[in-house]
Design a protein around this ligand. Structure first.
Ligand code: S3P
Length: 195
């Protein structure tokens, strides 16, 4: 987890999402993001929804027709645009934070929250979801551990969601947003009274 920073010239407050949610498939980014946006009274934006709206076809269709590299290129251009949307809650698809240019943008953002989830809980939450082609990745455990390390390294905050429901995670994040930046250097699950 990186140390939360103050305003960055590459990502000035007021010209960026209030908070960016990162995490593996099944981490609960959409469920938490929708609740959080509602609680804050701001729009909720999901990078997958934006890709589908731009392309007029499903994520599964883009993967099947154009392949993963083409999807990642599209995803990066959409995410780069969304990272300039002021005052929204932004949830990124599980692979978005692995693009090097997206990582540079995320490092400039002052509030990036990793919703951490173990692989077993992620799989239980996702079930056999045909709309998520990456669930059929042949090295899913390795992918999960590689990404989990990357999300945590990019994030200003990490919340272990395995034993929390979306409302509880949402409350954690609201607390994160209320805290001054200098008090946000510990994993949120470790803070007294944060359970
Ligand atoms: C992906 C996760 C999906 C979606 C696409 C690829 C991934 O988003 O972007 O299927 O690479 O992990 P969710 O994390 O919202 O399921």
């Amino acid at each position: 987890m990186r140390t939360p920073t103050g305003p960055d010239p590459a990502c000035p407050p007021g010209q960026a999402p209030v908070v960016v949610l990162l995490g593996f498939m099944g981490a609960g980014k959409s469920a938490v993001g929708e609740r959080l946006a509602h609680a804050l009274g701001v729009p909720y934006v999901d990078s997958d929804d934006a890709i589908v709206a731009d392309q007029g076809r499903s994520i599964a269709d883009i993967f099947a027709t154009d392949g993963e590299p083409a999807f990642r290129a599209l995803e990066h251009s959409v995410v780069a645009r969304l990272l300039t949307r002021p005052g929204v809650v932004l949830a990124l698809g599980g692979g978005a934070a692995m693009h090097p240019a997206t990582q540079a943008l995320l490092r400039a953002h002052p509030r990036t929250v990793h919703l951490a989830v173990s692989l077993s809980v992620a799989l239980a939450r996702c079930g056999d979801d045909p709309s998520r082609p990456m669930l059929r990745h042949p090295e899913l455990a390795a992918l999960h551990s590689l990404r989990t390390a990357a999300y945590s390294e990019l994030a200003t905050h990490v919340i272990d969601t395995d034993r929390l429901d979306a409302d509880q995670v949402c409350r954690h994040i609201l607390q994160v947003l209320a805290d001054p930046p200098t008090q946000r250097s510990q994993p949120d699950g470790n803070r007294p009274g944060s359970g």
